[in-house]
Design a protein around this ligand. Structure first.
Ligand code: AVI
Length: 321
């Protein structure tokens, strides 16, 4: 007998998603799979690139306005963060809150490593306690909501502008589900990347150093590592055009030549035509009034918006109605 190894539930669902995605007429892979250990490290490097201004804009806004933001959230506040994110951004909010109250902070992330990082970055702030949840966003939020005391206001932070990675209808559906876990008066601080000239956006997702290309190609390397596939990365190139009608960057991997690839653990062989692409991510860009309208449609009102002066990016404070 030849023992080929063990298929864990995580590998099995990755294999199934890969099989389904690569069997569609427009081949696609879910963007959540970009973030294995290597992909997450590459994303951290992306946030440092001069061409990619999103992360720094979000940080500048929180550094400057954390006090003004928490002033608009009255009462005794507990904080849940979706995606434990970079400690830097969250620190401004927690420090501003802890000047007025003892604050319970609950980061929620499917990655234990990300939670450990936020524990080491934020665990030492005086008057703040931290309990992390290794869960999907909404499962984690349900658990946080169950721990609230009467009179606590729940403030949810969704700071990475990850809402842009949902299709617009799916993003709204997600925000409606999130709202269903809140009470009137609870709040959501939602970061959104805004529309800007196409050239700047395309440069942010096709940086000259090739870090975003490596981040994208790592998805095929991950399929090689975890599903024993035989992608030759040299056969693919990274593309990230802006779709003006949908107002989003679309990341693709384009086959340079016609060829086939076997993916044993997904039980498929996939054929590529020359020039055919795999769609790996969308990154939607928003208008300020669109974000206000979205609040109304999902059970919130938009209390305030803060916009960065250097990179079109907004922190939006929504209150559950
Ligand atoms: C995580 N997310 C908000 C990033 C974005 O800009 O959409 C992911 C990313 N993809 C390529 N570069 C960065």
């Amino acid at each position: 007998m030849r023992i080929e190894g063990v298929i864990t539930p995580a590998t099995a669902s990755f294999a199934q998603d890969v099989r389904e995605g690569l069997s569609k007429p427009q081949k696609e892979l879910l963007s959540k799979y970009l973030y294995d250990d290597i992909g997450s490290e590459l994303f951290e490097v992306i946030t440092l690139l001069p061409e990619y201004g999103l992360t720094r804009a979000g940080q500048r806004l929180l550094k400057k306005y954390a006090g003004a933001i928490v002033e608009r959230v009255p009462g005794h506040v507990i904080v849940a963060e979706l995606g434990s994110g970079s400690g830097k951004k969250t620190r401004w909010i927690l420090e501003a809150l802890s000047r007025r109250q003892f604050t319970r902070y609950y980061p929620i992330d499917i990655s234990g490593a990300a939670l450990a990082r936020s524990r080491s970055e934020l665990g030492e702030i005086p008057f703040v306690s931290l309990v992390g949840f290794e869960r999907d966003y909404l499962d984690g939020l349900l658990e946080v909501a169950a721990r609230r005391h009467n009179g606590d206001h729940l403030m949810v932070l969704f700071l990475g502008s990850t809402i842009g990675n949902f299709d617009r209808p799916a993003g709204e559906a997600f925000l409606r589900e999130l709202r269903a876990l809140l009470r009137p008066g609870d709040s959501l601080l939602l970061a959104t990347d805004l529309e800007q000239p196409i050239h700047e956006l395309e440069l942010a997702y096709s940086d000259p150093l090739g870090v975003t290309a490596a981040f994208n190609l790592n998805l095929l390397a991950r399929i090689n590592r975890e599903l024993d596939a035989h992608f030759d990365l040299k056969n693919f190139e990274h593309l990230a055009p802006y779709n003006t009608q949908e107002r989003r960057i679309e990341m693709h991997l384009r086959a340079r030549v016609a060829h086939s690839v076997e993916i044993p653990k997904a039980d498929i062989e996939v054929s590529f035509r020359e020039g055919e692409t795999i769609w790996t991510e969308s990154s939607h860009k928003f208008a300020l009034d669109e974000v206000r309208a979205m609040a109304g449609r999902t059970g919130f009102r938009c209390e305030a918006q803060w916009v960065d002066g250097e990179w079109p990016f907004a922190q939006n404070l929504w209150i559950a109605t």
